[in-house]
Design a protein around this ligand. Structure first.
Ligand SMILES: [Mn+2]
Length: 278
């Protein structure tokens, strides 16, 4: 429980079709804001060493090369079993990270839990943009579709909805969250994570309502409150899922679109609380 968590900055903004270019500045701002949270809400010291944060050097103008660099940089961390949180960057970073993660966990039951307002399953592009990562992950056979759960979804295109249904990918929409309540959804999350040896958690900040996180590329009304997302994440501090979450990414924070640092500070708070979950 006391092992350190490694923080890696992945300042990529070129996988976002221009909508999240400002996300390159997110990692350093989130880390700076996280320094103002001293203990987690459970009262423990966050297990980060902010001084030894690593930054993956990326070519912003060569998207394919940037993704390859992310995949390579992550693979040693995964092979060494280092608990890592990757701070994006736009959501395209999840593709090379999950690719690397899946390779390192071969033979184990691996799962993918994504908090996102969107399905991110638009097109079958390789390399995928930040709207296509779920299609790419499934079509490349990185994670089995039945081992993926999308949470907080509330805006989608017809073709993505079809893809998700065809592949039998589970999702919990905002509408369901609102009608069943956070406690019920938290139980479903624990039951999902419990199935795996190793789980990758991807946190798109746009799962939050724009009132709480306006600084993102595709703000979608009707999302989670910061408190609700914290409760869902904190519910994963649970004996049944202990040690199963091996890697996390937090993506799509765009400081250029932020209002009064709301989004950056919410992301920092989430980062600090994740220390009790990993
Ligand atoms: Mn999204």
């Amino acid at each position: 429980m006391s092992s350190k968590i490694h923080l890696v900055q992945v300042p990529l903004g070129s996988g976002s079709l221009g909508r999240a270019a400002g996300a390159v500045h997110a990692p350093e701002k989130i880390i700076a804001a996280a320094n103002d949270f001293f203990l987690t809400e459970r009262g423990s010291v966050p297990r980060y060493n902010f001084e030894t944060t690593q930054t993956i050097p990326l070519h912003q103008s060569d998207y394919g090369a940037a993704l390859a660099t992310i995949e390579q940089s992550a693979s040693q961390l995964f092979l060494d079993n280092v608990l890592t949180i990757f701070l994006g960057g736009d959501h395209s970073i999840t593709y090379p990270l999950v690719k690397s993660f899946a390779k390192s966990q071969e033979g184990k039951a691996t799962g993918l839990l994504i908090f996102d307002a969107h399905l991110d399953a638009e097109n079958d592009f390789i390399p995928p943009t930040h709207e296509d990562i779920v299609q790419a992950i499934v079509n490349q056979g990185l994670i089995a579709p039945e081992n993926i759960l999308l949470v907080g979804v509330r805006n989608w295109h017809e073709n993505e909805k079809q893809f998700i249904e065809e592949k039998n990918i589970a999702s919990i929409s905002m509408r369901e969250i609102a009608s069943h309540g956070i406690i019920e959804i938290a139980k479903r999350l624990v039951a999902f994570v419990e199935r795996f040896d190793a789980l990758y958690l991807s946190l798109d900040i746009d799962v939050l309502d724009p009132a709480f996180a306006p600084g993102t590329g595709y703000a979608e009304p009707g999302g989670l409150t910061t408190r609700e997302l914290l409760s869902l994440l904190q519910s994963l501090h649970h004996p049944l899922v202990k040690g199963k979450i091996k890697a996390v990414d937090m993506v799509e924070v765009n400081p250029e679109k932020d209002v009064a640092q709301l989004t950056v500070t919410a992301a920092a708070k989430l980062l600090v609380e994740l220390s009790d979950v990993l």
